[in-house]
Design a protein around this ligand. Sequence first.
Ligand SMILES: Cc1ncc(C[n+]2csc(CCOP(=O)(O)OP(=O)(O)O)c2C)c(N)n1
Ligand SMILES: [Mg+2]
Length: 1011
Amino acid sequence: MSEKVLVPDIGEFEKVEVIELLVKVGDQININDSIVTLESDKSSVEIPSIVSGKIESINVKIGDKISKGDLLLNILSSEESPSEKIIPKNTESIIKEAEVVLKNQNEKNIKEESFKKKEKSTITVNNENDIDPLETQDWLESLSAVVEKDGNKRAHFLIKELINKAYKEGANIPYTQNTPYINTILPEAEVKSPGNQNTERRIRSLIRWNAAAMVVRANKKFPELGGHIGTFASAATLYDVGMNHFWRAKNNKFGGDLVYFQGHSAPGMYARAFLEGRLNEKQLDSFRQEVKPGGLSSYPHPWLMPKFWQFPTVSMGLGPMLAIYQARYMKYLINRGLIKDENRKVWAFLGDGEMDEPESMGAIGLAAREKLDNLIFVINCNLQRLDGPVRGNGKIIQELEGSFRGAGWNVIKVIWGSYWDSLIANDKTGHLVKIMNETVDGEYQAMKARDGAYVREKFFGKYPETQELVSSLSDKDIWRLNRGGHDPHKVYAAYDQASKNQGSPTVIIAKTIKGYGMGKTGESVNTSHQTKKLDVDDLMYYRDRFDVPLTDEQVKNVQYFKPDDKSPEIKYIKERRMVLGGFLPERTTYSKTIKAPAKDIFNFLKVSTGEKEMSTTMALVRMLTNLLRDKNVSPRLVPIIPDEARTFGMEGFFQKIGIYAHEGQKYEPEDSAQLSSYREEKSGQVLEEGINEAGAMSSWIAAATSYTNHDIEMIPIYIFYSMFGFQRTGDLAWAAGDSQARGFLIGATAGRTTLAGEGLQHQDGHSHLLASTIPNCISYDPTFHYEIAVIFREGLRRMHEKNENVFYYITTMNENYSHPEMPKDKGCEEGILKGMYKIKEFSRYNKTKIQLLGSGTILREMMAAAEILQNEYQIDSEVWSVTSFNELRRDGMEVERYNLLNPDKAQKVSYVEKCLGKTEGPIMAASDYMRIYSDQIRAYVNKSFYSLGTDGFGRSDTRKNLRKFFEVDKEHLVVYGLSVLAKEQLIASKYAKEAIKKYNINGSKPMPTKL
Ligand SMILES: Cc1ncc(C[n+]2csc(CCOP(=O)(O)OP(=O)(O)O)c2C)c(N)n1
Ligand SMILES: [Mg+2]
């Protein structure tokens, strides 16, 4: 039957222009195939067909302005009646979602094992406020009986019911997110490690020794090199258990777990790699000496050790965020069907001091919300940071427990080692746990800096009951009471449980001792962090403490120790890694490249837009829409937006490719009847990050390094307000460079005078300068649509086809203007990419000439000024579109350096000099950025050079007024041009003076920087 396809509800727009017809009469099309593209002055959307069939007739043509309800097509439908067959999209996704939830619920119920306590123990907590201890005892015993008979879950249920009941009856329920200061996993519930504990201990001791030796040796040679011993000393067990039993490497059968190592624990990773035979002594001896190739970097830096390190973590706080978004991105790839679900995990090792960084905790809510059960945080709570205790007066473990539990994480506390088990079991009065709860971290730290007698007196001595509890222990026994993070059994049990946890991320909060084993100078003392030299006595102590088989002489020489390859230790360490699929960390890439799309996919941006005006943001969005039609590129695009899609006219993407939501869409969106309705979907492509630039940047980094971490090349495009880019998340951008990210950053609504109205906080006049600080970031400030097309395609080619480790920063603006046809000149494309090309020449008079350089929207002011100079002052000019002062400077710098270092060789010529060297007249450059942006090339041209720009704070006003204020409007450019020519003695100064008067310019107005 014949069906009419009408224009659906397209939101608030009326009379929107048809800019593309995507079908023709006779075509066979399917439901959801795009029919036409509509474009308003704000955004463009494609209209999909609601029926399948053959097109009988098309009722619209390019240029038509259409509104809701207008007839688009007649289709000979291949279905009886669409409305009968199609379940509305939202209803369908709700049904699907419900089915998935039901299925999971059933599975969970089946799986749930109710753990039963083996031994009954009632803990009586002495409490001065207890008005009836006997009654309390009754209640507690009843609870124990329930636990014994029906298990923990039942006990949980009853407690919850009691709380609800009390709440309903008006009791003021005290809120607590904390559990007592003991291990989360009870001894009887611990899963035992299958490893050979003796061999593992010996291996761990050797790793400890070699890590410390490496740092000490480097500092003996060059005391300025620095390094850390105390951090890894506290974390060795945490890493070893993971390495021996849990972390699976990437190989041809498995994608690999991803481990974010704490930055300054790097010596431990090198020491292990040494035992594994991956690094040799010579390499260890080049720790922190990287200038000569082959040195070991101070911290994890993929840029410096691209085959070893995967994640830069040493800037505190970035690791936690990057790991969360990595885990989320992994799920994104799985849910989009781009990688298999292999139960891979993301592990992140963090310091307790590091958790003070706002970034560290800033995204934990997202991890729980997104149910990232592929994510495990291990927080090494050695209770110290650099200067002193993390929480001297409090308890960092309890604080973290509360925050993570509150956010919805599975929390596993690993506080006490096995030697404590029997003491805690014998604590019938509850006094031991009471002291544990009462003691603050400052005291815990101080105790481990002293000895057993001190602990007996200050800790157990607090109550007669606890004094009695340890009466049969010697001071040495008391000293041996270990902390959970140093006990491989406890750590194994925690890792095991974390790995099996479903439905939420897990945090393991492990208590350790900073500088563990380092003796008086390094163990649990406030200076532990900085200790990088150990004297002979300390080294002897360290050797004895861990039974390292070295002679005194060898210790004095700080020799490394590596047992023979056939020794049980080396065989064990290698065998364990082989079982787990290979070595870690290791950075490899097996992704296939993405063929850059044919040039013609960009051709529509190379013709003039005629009367039609658009912004470069809009041109970019149109280009992306077009790219979504390219079969190779489309599935790999990862659009990332922090709640600004509508600002950038990208709301059309919501329907077209969907917003990623791991739970699909459980509600019918308010705007469901509209074409650009808010569509969330499990396989959605857009990462809509909410108002969260740091999170968006972290997502971008995960996608931009997908080629190595997931062996799939992706094309992330993160679009943001340019002012909230590098300025806001600069350290993440730096980490992106280190990570060898490949992708596009789009600084939209860029420019200090182009984003009118928004004012001081929003108007960006320096993001290009910040971008220029990152060596592998290539940045452009284009003016016209064809420039964007050329730059973007080249970016695709360089990054995703040729695998260059660079990333692109492109600014786009929201000022509407018409765009000319791309110049036919052969050199134009090369010029756009290198940074400048001649866009226009005025040569009517052949008397006086000036070279005018402009970038971004200010190029148009410059072109207008050139016209005035010619028409009113008979001055010729050549106008250059500068797409990147940054790239021009890089080229100039390189050429200059070469020439200076090779004075006797043929001297090279910079690209700027090639363009401008033989031209006539002085040079005047202007941009919508600070003068220093265009000033960058001053040194590389052999001519007088003047730069203009938007130095100073922005403010709200119209574009015209702002450009006047910052003196980059065409009138100022004319005046400055005339003045420059007068200064160069090419014309009389009276012309400039007259123009100043004519344009009503106040020559004694203060610099905008002072206003
Ligand atoms: C953003 C940032 N600020 C400061 C530092 C310097 N720094 C390196 S380690 C450290 C202390 C770390 O303490 P913690 O996180 O507890 O780690 P630990 O060594 O105790 O395991 C500091 C301040 C840094 N690396 N990054
Ligand atoms: Mg610490």
